[in-house]
Design a protein around this ligand. Structure first.
Ligand code: HEC
Ligand code: HEC
Length: 349
């Protein structure tokens, strides 16, 4: 086990340029034991097949500068600092929900993803929408629903779209635990101020418009090993080790990751896993386009037709929903399979 962990840390270690910016805890330190062991075995097998990270390009330097322009990156407290007592218990529950959402928030989850698949290192990692940077910026106005959202309301959206599930009611123990965990991670940060490391670093548009065929080639070379040739990820003994990128078990058409710009930014800074910033900016956009040019669960805000849903919610150059790719209209799969009627009563669209 010790040897495995040592080998694993080789490919999980952030590259030298990021060392000052990222938190020191490896994502693997806090993954539950069984999952960790299985992930380790798979990753080690894969490590030998992956090439090493090339030198940083000018693109990377630009991205790093952009993320750093507001100052030093905050370091959230470490696991060992979680206080004892009921507050600590609630924080730990929030962390557990992040790491294994289908298990700890089963009622509200409609796919096999966990929050931490996208918010790396259990929501600590700068540049992958860390929870500490988010927390201090709510309540906030969101164009997505045209109102001021509390932090719990923001979290409701994650369940509805990224988790393809339903929104826990405000005050539900699941939302309270996630809020407590985020609040605690943000210990020492000022409120309502832009925080370096929040969200994703901006990634300028590439020279060439993102392209399906180029993206497919990158996917095959750099992603399929872990996420599978058909994008459905890989599981071992029922545990997801590599999460799905499209298909029934992925995020739905309404999710933030469904926007090609968000996906390009996330992928550029975080994928292939353990090899941050190893793709060029062009490659990140191309592979993000390819990934989001596949079918996934219907947008729960479905308006009765793809055209109407696109017009109302996807009127963006970064959404492929309702676009024709390889002769097929994306999102043309009819009404959502899950009933969202209950949600509608609880949250804004
Ligand atoms: C070495 C294995 C590996 C490779 C190669 C890899 N990924 Fe990942 N990817 C992961 C793991 C593991 C996670 C979840 C991280 C976590 O939970 O800490 C992940 C998460 C993701 C996510 C967010 C979760 C989801 O399922 O939507 C996206 C998007 C993604 N990867 C895209 C890509 C793309 C695109 C490539 C190729 C450029 C790629 N990955 C290459 C292992 C890999
Ligand atoms: C498929 C990937 C994915 C999954 C799974 C996911 N998220 Fe996110 N999340 C994103 C993306 C992308 C954004 C930013 C884009 C946006 O604003 O829509 C985001 C934004 C957020 C934000 C706001 C960040 C900010 O700075 O304002 C919070 C908080 C959040 N997610 C929490 C969660 C929680 C909690 C879960 C699990 C219940 C979760 N997310 C699941 C991709 C994901």
């Amino acid at each position: 086990m010790a040897r495995r962990a040592a080998q694993l840390s080789v490919i999980c270690e952030p590259n030298s340029q990021r060392k000052n910016q990222t938190v020191k805890t490896s994502p693997m330190n806090i993954v539950p034991r069984a999952t960790f062991a299985r992930t380790a075995v798979l990753l080690i097998t894969l490590a030998s097949q992956l090439s090493s990270t090339p030198a940083l390009s000018a693109d990377v330097q630009t991205a790093l500068n952009a993320s750093a322009h507001t100052g030093a990156i905050f370091q959230p407290p470490s696991e060992a600092d979680i206080p004892a007592g009921p507050f600590g218990d609630t924080i730990r529950m929030g962390r557990d929900i992040m790491l294994d959402t289908p298990r700890h928030a089963a009622r509200y989850v409609g796919n096999t993803l966990s929050c931490a698949n996208c918010h790396l290192d259990a929501g600590r990692m700068a540049g992958s929408a860390p929870l500490w940077a988010a927390y201090v910026n709510y309540p906030a106005f969101r164009a997505k629903n045209g109102k001021i959202n509390t932090y719990q309301e923001r979290l409701q959206g994650c369940f509805r779209f990224s988790m393809n599930g339903s929104a826990p009611p405000l005050g539900d123990p699941v939302l309270v635990a996630l809020e407590a965990y985020s609040f605690w991670l943000a210990t020492g940060l000022p409120v309502n101020k832009e925080v370096a490391g929040r969200g994703y670093s901006t990634l300028e548009k590439p020279a060439l418009a993102p392209d399906f065929t180029r993206g497919q080639a990158i996917y095959t070379a750099r992603c399929a090993l872990c996420h599978g040739a058909n994008g459905t990820g890989q599981s071992v003994g029922g545990d997801i080790v590599f999460p799905p990128l499209w298909g029934d078990q992925s995020y739905n058409w309404g999710a933030g990751m469904g926007s090609v710009n968000n996906a390009a930014q996330f992928i550029y800074a975080n994928m292939p896993y353990g090899m941050s910033y190893s793709l060029t900016r062009q490659e990140a956009w191309d592979v993000a386009f390819f990934m989001n040019a596949h079918e996934r669960p219907q947008d729960p805000r479905w308006q009765g037709s793809v055209e109407a849903t696109r017009a109302k919610f996807h009127n963006s150059e970064f959404s492929l929903y309702g676009q024709t790719i390889n002769g097929k209209i994306l999102g043309n799969t009819g009404a959502p399979k899950r009933s969202q009627a209950k949600d509608q009563a609880q949250i804004a669209p």
